[in-house]
Write a protein that binds this ligand. Structure first.
Ligand code: NAP
Length: 185
């Protein structure tokens, strides 16, 4: 986020930091990346390769149809119920059978939370999704852009629930910081 907490403008990230992008890639490769439908739009509906892309939307069927129509080569799955429980109580993880670079549309945050009980889920924005998920996150990797930027999407307040653990990178343009959750007093 920028000094004024901006993270987006006109559904795009209002800066270009290749080093930060490389860092994001490194941190998320092979993992599940969760994003809101608008963020998926902002990356031109191109799922991050070599990651399981989970996109939250209240209209997964209609949206998936639309995505398929525009890009028939994209491997799209709709999982309204990606995690379910068998009669023996074992979790069925149908999302795991998906290949890397696949995208799964889901309409329920609860389903993500179920999945996150057993796997790392990297929450990748945008503002709306951060606001809902940050209270449940244990670690926060924060890129701070060292200037004010014009924008219309903002990173929610998180400072009360987290403390800064380390500065992982410090460049003239930005820092990358790791914050960890602190127990409520
Ligand atoms: N700087 C960064 O690191 C960064 C990272 C990511 C994004 N961004 C920026 O953030 C902005 C987008 O953020 P945003 O807040 O506008 O949108 P968003 O969080 O990306 O997506 C919001 C959408 O997600 C779906 N959604 C959210 N919560 C849901 C829930 N509980 N259940 C079902 N669906 C749910 C809804 O989609 P439907 O309307 O389809 O139902 C909602 O409209 C863009 O400017 C983008 O560039 C910045």
């Amino acid at each position: 986020m920028a000094n004024n907490r901006v993270i987006g403008n006109g559904n795009a990230i209002p800066w270009r930091l290749p080093e930060d992008f490389r860092w994001f890639r490194q941190q998320t490769l092979g993992k599940a990346v969760l994003m809101g439908r608008k963020t998926f739009e902002s990356i031109d509906r191109r799922p991050f390769p070599e990651r399981l892309n989970i996109v939250l939307t209240r209209r997964p069927r209609r949206y998936a149809d639309d995505v398929r129509q525009r890009d028939p080569l994209l491997r799209v799955r709709i999982r309204l119920n990606p995690i379910s429980e068998t009669s023996s109580g074992r979790l069925m993880e149908r999302t795991l059978k998906l290949g890397s670079g696949d995208v799964v549309f889901i309409r329920s945050l609860n389903q993500v939370l179920r999945y996150a009980e057993h796997h790392d889920v990297m929450v990748c924005g945008g503002a709306n999704v951060y606001a809902q998920l940050l209270p449940l996150c244990s670690t926060l990797f924060l890129t701070r852009v060292k200037r004010e930027v014009e924008g219309d999407a903002f990173f929610p307040a998180f400072e009360q629930g987290f403390e800064r653990a380390e500065i992982l990178r410090d460049t003239p343009e930005f820092t990358i910081e790791r914050w960890r959750r602190v127990d409520a007093k």
